[in-house]
Design a protein around this ligand. Structure first.
Ligand code: MN
Length: 253
């Protein structure tokens, strides 16, 4: 897969309007090829993986982040080659421009190249956060042209104690019981009266289940932003969803 020229990159951008590098400058190739992963808060949060190859950055947009575990392949959409200066790029791409939003470097470093073929790329990353061997391959049969690729981890998880996100957590329900004899060490909170939900949060994905274990994700699109704030962290939350009014002015009594 020879690196495409930067014409597609250039055609999509107005360099008077975006702070992104034009690619006109020259960045020397390093002895070890370099990579960058940018967390890109565009219309939809995603991670852009870019690998130095033949004088440009071969690029993929990964909607759910780089998989930390070999158990799961994740979609990686091939995007246009970027100039090498993009290894350093962070900033705000103003509204109205291609890829408008905030671009932050999530990780960067060097990689060892094992394979670079039309239908297979294999590398070992040496980054701060991203380490280990990964493979990328296009979906679909030989000869079909597609930008949809998958990325998968070939090494065991970096964290040997890593456990996958549970498929289902049963909501903890209140039950009657005896009051504690001593008040020390106990606390209470107001019961917000809203809608109970269990939230499964993974990079770029949110699933909400109700108290009765029905999927209710689509019913509450306003909660989706929670996931974007978590970035690549995974979390499970069990709580009550409620709309809280602005606090009333304190009375002057
Ligand atoms: Mn992007």
């Amino acid at each position: 897969m020879p690196a495409k020229k930067l014409s597609e990159y250039e055609a999509k951008r107005d360099f008077k309007a975006t702070p992104e590098p034009s690619g006109a400058g020259r960045t020397q190739a390093a002895p070890q090829p370099r990579f960058v992963v940018q967390q890109h808060h565009a219309t939809r949060l995603h991670w852009d993986l870019r690998l130095e190859h033949e004088g440009a950055l071969a690029s993929w947009a990964v909607p759910n982040g780089i998989p930390p575990d070999p158990a799961e392949n994740r979609l990686a959409v091939r995007t246009e080659d970027h100039p090498l200066e993009y290894l350093e790029f962070e900033g705000e791409i103003p509204k109205g421009n291609y890829g408008a939003g905030t671009m932050r470097i999530w990780d960067r470093g060097t990689f060892e190249l094992h394979k670079w073929q039309d239908r297979k790329v294999e590398v070992t990353f040496h980054g701060e956060r991203l380490r280990g061997r990964y493979g990328l391959f296009p979906i679909g049969r030989d000869g079909e042209s597609t930008n949809d690729w998958m990325i998968h981890r070939m090494d065991p998880p970096e964290d040997p104690d890593r456990e996958p996100m549970p498929e289902r957590v049963l909501p903890m329900l209140a039950r009657t019981g005896a009051l504690p004899s001593k008040p020390d060490g106990w606390s209470f909170e107001v019961k917000w009266d809203g809608v109970r939900a269990i939230a499964y949060m993974q990079p770029g994905r949110l699933r909400l289940e109700s108290r009765n274990l029905n999927e209710i994700t689509d019913a509450y699109p306003e909660v989706r932003g929670l996931v974007d704030e978590r970035g690549t962290h995974e979390a499970g939350l069990d709580g009550e969803r409620a709309v809280v009014d602005e606090p009333a002015e304190p009375s002057s009594e």
